[in-house]
Design a protein around this ligand. Structure first.
Ligand SMILES: Nc1ncnc2c1ncn2[C@@H]1O[C@H](COP(=O)(O)OP(=O)(O)OP(=O)(O)O)[C@@H](O)[C@H]1O
Ligand SMILES: [Mg+2]
Length: 531
């Protein structure tokens, strides 16, 4: 009796207790599941609204409509290679631009660019003749072809930006060029050369870089023309600041950097030459597509540098504009763009402050936790208001979990199930989270393949000749223009082929390491003045 009381009455019959527990647990689970469904429904209702578009469907076929106001916020998109990011982003950007909103794509790989280019060409082809021009005018294209290149306009200082900040950022953009990192001294030398080009309204060419670093008479002459006194002082003292060895190393870097035609044009054109050569345009374009994938004309390191420069320009343009304009900035392969701390800082500053200028930044990465420096990643994640995740690893899956409704299982079980679900999520499926709402899994809408309607070659030709050509110039013509300019600023004896200009003064190194750092500090201060 005592035994029965203690065991079955107080604690219950083990068998029955187990049954009861199972029933309770499954009741709890089904109520959790019901709650989860209603949480998702609430999220869908909150996401829908004015100017919405269909991103996909839930498992039961319910359409997922997202209003433009929800997309126009900072965001992160990630997933392994081939998981469906580019196609997903194509759907989102089509929805965003459907009503004429601004879109800027910076694509260091070129695949998302290609997707958008083919779709734009197909749309152009399907329009009646009299509407095609107006459609093509909406696009600004950054690209390189065998004959043409979009001028980067590297040396124009936007109104409201400090020239030294621009020189610092442009120098950071090329720091990834070399297989070994630039020393601080090299970075300082490049910063000075860029500051000079900006101050004088010039471009940068191999001959100009050689003359600047290796020829004292050239420096004397241009020093007199500089409007910035501190810069003049730095240029006059270049020989004591930078040992000859460093100056020669920088010149070698410019030989490499400017070896290709697109590089010579991008760096060599002054702001004035760019204005002269660019075809006149009517309406202001609203869609900017930047292809910075490596091509036969453009080596990978240069492509990355130009992608970084484009990012700098977009952030600066937004920064100095007088009023808010809604614009979605899509940064593909963001890990490539934020390797340099100066650029990462500029992007983070922008993500904190440029909301009121209307800029929303969408960062895309295959493997963010490895591709993006930790601090940058933490800040980007914090600033993101929506997340779109495709098949991905455990770390990235766990970022989503707090936003997903629980299924009534233990924490460790839920974590295990969710990470294994994300690790094998089928292509075209994704998890969407708007912070503050419950996240959900969706199957994305089909993206129509434009090459079913028109041959691929024809679409590429249409894009190049009818849409992209409006933003591009003939590379050979630009090169000739640069050569004419060079001839006016460099006299023959000032372009040393050999190291003839080595003087006793030049080989003299600064006396101590402290002197080096004092001079570097001076250079940095110039850079920081703009912040
Ligand atoms: N919504 C979709 N409609 C039609 N096809 C799709 C869709 N999403 C993905 N696909 C198919 O899956 C393939 C891979 O998708 P996608 O190119 O978007 O991957 P990704 O994540 O951008 O890969 P990567 O990281 O290599 O750039 C596409 O080539 C396409 O065939
Ligand atoms: Mg892609």
């Amino acid at each position: 009796m005592k035994d029965w009381l203690l065991r079955d009455w107080c604690y219950g019959n083990a068998g029955r207790a187990y049954q009861r527990a199972r029933v309770n647990e499954s009741r709890a689970r089904s109520s959790d599941a019901r709650e989860a469904v209603s949480d998702v429904r609430r999220a869908l209702a909150a996401l829908d609204g004015k100017e919405s578009f269909v991103l996909g469907t839930l498992g039961d076929g319910t359409p997922v409509r997202i209003a433009s106001r929800e997309i126009g916020r900072h965001a992160m998109v990630w997933g392994s290679s081939g998981a469906g990011k580019s196609y997903g982003l194509h759907l989102i950007t089509e929805g965003w631009t459907a009503t004429g909103r601004r879109l800027t794509l910076v694509d260091p790989k070129g695949e998302t660019f290609l997707l958008k280019a083919l779709a734009a060409a197909a749309a152009y082809e399907s329009l009646p003749e009299d509407q095609r021009d107006a459609f093509a005018e909406r696009f600004r294209v950054f690209d390189v072809t065998a004959e043409r290149v979009t001028p980067a306009d590297l040396w124009s200082v936007p109104k409201g930006m400090s020239p030294s900040l621009l020189a610092t950022l442009r120098a950071a953009a090329v720091a990834e060029q070399s297989s070994h990192a630039f020393s601080d001294l090299m970075a300082y030398g490049i910063f000075l050369l860029y500051s000079v080009a900006i101050d004088l309204g010039w471009g940068v060419t191999v001959k100009i870089a050689r003359a600047f670093f290796l020829d004292a008479t050239f420096r004397d002459r241009i020093g007199k023309k500089l409007t910035d006194e501190r810069l003049r002082d730095s240029v006059e003292n270049l020989e004591t600041t930078l040992p000859e060895q460093t100056r020669k190393a920088i010149v070698r870097q410019f030989d490499l950097l400017l070896a290709s035609l697109p590089a010579r044009v991008s760096f060599g054109l002054s702001p004035e030459m760019t204005r002269e050569l660019l075809p006149a345009r009517g309406a202001k374009p609203t869609i900017s597509l930047g292809n910075f994938g490596p091509t036969p004309q453009r080596p990978p390191a240069l492509a990355k540098a130009m992608a970084t420069n484009r990012l700098i320009d977009v952030l600066t343009e937004a920064n100095v504009r007088p009023r808010a304009v809604p614009e979605l900035l899509l940064l593909e392969e963001v890990g490539v763009l934020v390797k340099q701390p100066a650029v990462a800082e500029y992007l983070l500053e922008a993500s904190r402050t440029l909301r009121w200028k209307g800029l929303s930044i969408v960062c895309v990465a295959q493997d963010p936790s490895n591709a993006i420096p930790k601090e940058t990643l933490t800040a980007l994640r914090l600033n993101s208001k929506w997340l779109l995740a495709f098949e991905c690893g455990r770390d990235e899956a766990l970022w989503l979990l707090p936003h997903i409704a629980g299924q009534g299982r233990s924490e460790s079980e839920e974590r295990r199930e969710f990470t294994s679900l994300m690790a094998k999520l089928p292509t075209q499926e994704a998890v969407f989270v708007r912070k503050g709402l419950t996240g959900f899994r969706l199957r994305r809408a089909d993206v129509e393949d434009p090459t079913r309607r028109y041959p691929r070659e024809r679409l590429l030709e249409t894009f190049e000749s009818k849409i992209a050509a409006r933003s591009m110039i003939r590379a050979r013509e630009a090169e000739e223009r640069i050569a004419r300019f060079e001839a006016t600023v460099i006299e023959k004896r000032e372009t040393p082929g050999a190291a003839k200009s080595t003087t006793a003064k030049e080989t003299k190194s600064p006396g101590s390491i402290d002197e080096f750092f004092a001079l570097l500090e001076h250079g940095r201060k110039l850079g920081e003045d703009g912040r």
